[in-house]
Design a protein around this ligand. Structure first.
Ligand code: NAD
Ligand code: UFG
Length: 336
């Protein structure tokens, strides 16, 4: 298959490109590098020993995208490009709606003009808001509490409407739980441009000496140890879900929605202990107040993806923390 990967220089996109190339597909990346580095693309090429054409294009740029479509005969698009920081989305809501919604609309326009109708979209477990029960199934009620989450919900709805008006479209909405870890080689990984918002990169940066200590946001949640529980999933398992989704789109299913998680919940302290045990590094931490907007517990029922995609996560928490550390310790300053 010939696959356009928007946001392919980013964290999840780069890992997915390795797997596309390893599986013998041709991949092409468009990315405006607002949160990534072209070095990631070069490293993907070196891991996969294959070429990965890169075009520095903003997905809101119709003409720029059209020129890329002129050069290749794409079968499908995997659409990772977007902004993803919850706090920043509250402060800069227009920028988030512009980027995540306008970007997707422009992408769909250019796809339609080129007769490409297979799309895999990066959605998020954030669309479930604060779920009444866990594990979370795909048919649970949807809600959002911040512009980032709302942009994901809105794009999901736009893409469902698109299929109603143009049934030729086949669209997979993939709701990721908490992606962590890195490629087992340690050569590509998550490279936050600022102080990390997310737990695992924060832990890794404390361990490597870049940050002093982890703030654990609250230990009074109704969870076994009082800290927040999430469904952490190895980025390579997540990446593999995209290949399975592409295969599924070949059967022309219309719009399909899948949770991509492991189905297991781990607390903040579980992850911290697993990291310390696996790496032999100790990670200083203190308990601080809850982070506004956080929920107590979130984990997936991933049985639909298993049944319909033949996909399930195979890597455990030890794999996640080991690979996260391999990336961080080999690249203390990320791609810089
Ligand atoms: P990332 O920031 O590493 O990757 C996103 C990439 O998109 C970056 O390389 C960035 O430069 C690029 N980009 C952003 N806006 C663009 C634009 N207008 N035009 C072209 N390129 C643009 O993030 P990631 O963690 O790899 O996330 C990929 C997708 O998955 C995002 O849509 C994100 O919202 C979604 N997602 C991520 C998580 C997570 O925790 N990492 C969870 C759920 C969903
Ligand atoms: N946490 C800390 N200290 C930190 C960072 C996080 O204690 O410095 C805790 C949080 O309170 C939470 C857990 O670690 O209990 C995980 O937090 P993350 O920020 O890593 O992840 P979230 O579950 O808050 O959010 C992530 C993505 C969102 C996405 C959501 C669901 O950042 O974009 O998963 O997919 F919407």
């Amino acid at each position: 298959m010939k696959v356009l990967v928007t946001g392919g220089a980013g964290y999840i996109g780069s890992h997915t490109c390795v797997q596309l190339l390893d599986a013998g597909h041709q991949a092409v990346v468009v990315d405006n590098l607002c949160n990534s580095s072209e070095e990631a693309v070069r490293r993907v090429e070196s891991i996969a020993s294959a070429s990965l054409p890169f075009h520095k294009v903003d997905i809101r740029d119709n003409d720029g995208l059209a020129k890329v479509f002129d050069q290749y005969d794409f079968d499908s698009v995997i659409h990772f490009a977007g902004l993803k920081a919850v706090g920043e989305s509250v402060a800069k809501s227009l920028m988030y709606y512009q980027n995540n919604i306008q970007g997707t609309l422009t992408l769909c326009d250019v796809m339609a003009a080129n007769n490409v109708h297979n799309l895999v979209f990066s959605s998020s477990a954030t669309v479930y808001g604060d779920p009444a029960t866990v594990p979370i199934k795909e048919d649970f009620p949807l809600s959002a509490t911040n512009p980032y989450g709302r942009s994901k919900l809105m794009v999901e709805e736009i893409l469902r409407d698109l299929h109603v008006s143009e049934p030729a479209w086949n669209i997979a909405l993939l709701r990721y739980f908490n992606p962590v870890g890195a490629h087992a080689s340690g050569t590509i990984g998550e490279d936050p441009s600022d102080i990390p918002n997310n737990l695992m990169p924060f832990i890794s940066q404390v361990a490597v000496g870049k940050l002093e200590k982890l703030s654990v946001f609250g230990n009074d949640y109704p969870t076994p140890d009082g800290t927040g529980v999430r469904d952490y999933i190895h980025v390579d398992d997540l990446a593999n879900g995209h290949l399975k989704a592409l295969e599924r789109l070949q059967a022309q299913p219309g719009v399909v929605t899948y949770n991509l998680g492991t189905g297991n919940g781990y607390s903040v302290l579980d992850m911290l202990k697993a990291f310390e045990q696996e790496t032999g590094k100790s990670v200083a931490y203190e308990i601080v107040a809850r982070r506004p907007g956080d929920i107590a517990t979130c984990y997936a029922d991933a049985s639909l993806a298993k049944k319909e995609l033949g996909w399930q996560a195979t890597r455990n928490v030890e794999d996640m923390v080991r690979d996260a550390w391999k990336w961080q310790s080999q690249n203390p300053n990320g791609y810089r």
